[in-house]
Design a binder for this molecule. Sequence first.
Ligand code: UDP
Length: 134
Amino acid sequence: MAIQKTYSMIKPDGVRNGHIGEIVNRFERAGLTVERMELGMVTLDQAKANYAEHEGKPFYDGLISYITSGPVVKMVISGEGAVAKVRTLMGATNPAEAAPGTIRGDFGLIMDENVIHGSDSPESAEREIGIFFA
Ligand code: UDP
């Protein structure tokens, strides 16, 4: 499989609840490389650009206020099949349905606060890296 880059972000609840080290450790143990990493806020413009596909959905406003509510960890992750590998490590979107051993299964509590983001395709990854590491 080809070497890919993906964008991943530890969301405000993941930072607030002290899971940064464990999440980075899981990525590295899976053979992935952290290429860039920055702790900081998500601006309103970045939030809207990242979640443009969800505009108009019932959860959209809550999602935008949540993702801008506190510091996040923005990361560029690289490695063989990095996009799918990060998604597998993350687990299902709803923490209640995420398998034990996945990041959301182990550290997530509710759908609205599900610990981590990861690009869903190489195209999304390129777009999202551009949004957060302009
Ligand atoms: N989300 C939500 N309620 C929903 C669906 C999604 O709050 O009913 C949020 C959740 O934070 C999720 C994000 O919107 O991570 C993006 O949704 P997507 O379906 O793209 O899931 P993901 O790719 O993050 O697993």
